[in-house]
Design a protein around this ligand. Structure first.
Ligand SMILES: NC(=O)c1ccc[n+]([C@@H]2O[C@H](COP(=O)([O-])OP(=O)(O)OC[C@H]3O[C@@H](n4cnc5c(N)ncnc54)[C@H](OP(=O)(O)O)[C@@H]3O)[C@@H](O)[C@H]2O)c1
Length: 336
C-alpha cells in the first residue's frame, strides 16, 4: 500500500489521480482543516470517472507533526510519497513553515527507517540549490550556500532535505525530486495557479526575472517512474524550461484571451512596492499581495538543468507553452 502526504495540495492531488487511476491502493493523510473536495475537482479535469477514482482513496486524519498519528498511518504501508509541506512567502508563516517542513519530515524519515519502508520519495525544491555563488545554470551538484538571497521557504526545504539525506545514510531507500515552479490547474485562489487569476484579472506589470517552470502532471509522472525504477540515493531537478516572467505572462495572456502585462517594474521599484504593500496590509489587517520574498524572487535570474532526469529515465517534459495552453483551457472552463 502507498502513502501520500500533501494529497490535498496541487501536486499531491495530481499524484493521487495518477496512482488511483492506474489501480494502485493508496492511503492519503488529511487534516481537520483540509479541503478534500479540491482533490475530487482536480480528478474531474482528467476523467469522467472522477468520483469512482476519488472513492478509492483511503483518507486518514493525521498531521505530520503528530508522531503517534503518523506511526499509525504507516501501518501496512510499503511506499511513501512525501509531498506535504507548508509552502508560503508570508512572514506570518515562517516559524510554522520551518517547524513543519523540517520536523515533520524528520518524523516521517525516522518512522520509515523504523518500519523498513521499501522506498521513499521526498519532494524537495530547487529552492535548496545554492544560489548565492552560482551565476550559471544550477544542477543537482549545486549545493546550498548560506545567503540573504535564500527565502525562509528555501531554508525550510533545505533543512528537510538534509533530514532525508541523513535518513539515506541510516538505511532509508529514498530518492529526492527538486521541482522548479510548479504550474497546474485548480487552486486558482493562490500559489502559482493564482498567477492565471492575476493575468485573467488584467495584470499590467511584469518583472525582469527568469525562473524554471514545470507542469504538475510531469512532476507526478516523473516521481512514479523513479519509484518504479531501481534508482535511489539520488536527487533530480524537475524543470521543463527556464523562462522569463514576461514570457510566462505573455503565454498566459494569449491563452486566456487577455492583454499581456506591458509595464516593466524595474528592480529598484519592487523594493518600494513590497514596503508600501506591507504598510497597507498592516493598516488594513489583510495579507500583503506582494511580500519582500515574492518581490526578490521575481526579479532574480535562476536557471536549471534538467539533463540528469532526462538521461536517467529518458523523461521528456511537456513544453511550457503547451502546459500553459492546457491549464488555461481548464481555467476558462472553471470560469464560464
Ligand atoms: N508549488 C511549487 O511551485 C513547488 C515547487 C517546488 C517544490 N514544491 C514542493 O512540492 C510539494 C507540494 O507543493 P504544492 O504546491 O502541492 O503545495 P500545496 O498545494 O500548498 O499543498 C501542501 C500540502 O501539504 C499539506 N500539509 C501542510 N502542512 C501539513 C502538516 N502539518 N501535516 C500534514 N500535511 C500538511 C497540505 O495539507 P492541508 O490541505 O491540510 O493544508 C497540502 O496537502 C511541497 O513539498 C513543496 O515544498 C512546490
Amino acid at each position: 500500500m502507498i502513502l501520500v502526504t500533501g494529497g490535498t495540495g496541487l501536486l499531491g492531488s495530481h499524484l493521487l489521480f495518477d496512482l488511483v487511476s492506474t489501480g494502485h491502493p493508496v492511503r492519503a493523510i488529511k487534516r481537520k482543516t483540509s479541503n478534500i473536495e479540491m482533490v475530487r475537482k482536480v480528478f474531474s479535469y482528467y476523467s469522467d470517472k472522477a468520483d469512482e477514482f476519488f472513492g478509492k482513496i483511503e483518507w486518514v486524519e493525521a498531521d505530520i507533526m503528530d508522531f503517534v498519528a503518523i506511526s499509525e498511518v504507516l501501518e501496512g504501508i510499503d511506499i511513501v510519497y512525501h509531498a506535504g509541506a507548508v509552502v508560503s512567502f508570508y512572514p506570518k508563516d515562517h516559524e510554522a513553515m520551518l517547524k513543519v517542513n523540517i520536523e515533520g519530515t524528520a518524523n516521517l524519515v525516522n518512522l520509515c527507517i523504523d518500519r523498513n519502508i521499501t522506498k521513499f520519495c521526498y519532494v524537495s525544491s530547487v529552492a535548496v540549490l545554492g544560489r548565492a555563488l552560482n551565476d550559471g545554470v544550477s544542477d543537482e551538484t549545486t549545493w546550498w550556500q548560506p545567503s540573504k538571497k535564500n527565502s525562509v521557504y528555501g531554508q525550510s526545504k533545505y533543512g528537510a532535505e538534509r533530514e532525508v539525506w541523513r535518513g539515506i545514510e541510516e538505511g532509508l531507500n529514498a530518492y529526492i525530486v527538486n521541482p522548479s515552479v510548479i504550474l497546474g490547474p485548480g487552486f486558482w485562489g493562490g500559489g502559482n495557479s493564482g498567477l492565471f487569476s492575476l493575468v485573467w484579472k488584467g495584470l499590467k506589470y511584469y518583472t525582469r526575472g527568469i525562473n524554471g517552470f514545470v507542469d504538475v502532471r510531469d512532476i507526478s509522472k516523473a516521481m512514479i517512474r523513479l519509484m518504479e525504477s531501481d534508482i535511489s540515493r539520488e536527487r533530480f531537478i524537475l524543470s521543463a524550461e527556464n523562462c522569463s516572467y514576461q514570457q510566462l505572462f505573455e503565454y498566459m495572456a494569449k491563452y486566456l484571451g487577455k492583454p499581456a502585462p506591458s509595464i516593466n517594474v524595474p528592480n529598484s521599484m519592487t523594493g518600494i512596492a513590497w514596503r508600501v504593500e506591507a504598510l497597507r496590509s498592516f493598516l488594513m489587517r489583510t495579507l500583503p499581495e506582494v511580500t519582500k520574498e515574492m518581490a526578490t524572487t521575481t526579479t532574480m535570474v535562476y536557471t536549471y538543468s534538467n539533463e540528469k532526469i532526462r538521461k536517467a529515465i529518458g523523461f521528456e517534459f511537456t513544453p511550457l507553452e503547451q502546459s500553459i495552453r492546457e491549464i488555461s483551457e481548464i481555467f476558462l472552463r472553471d470560469h464560464k
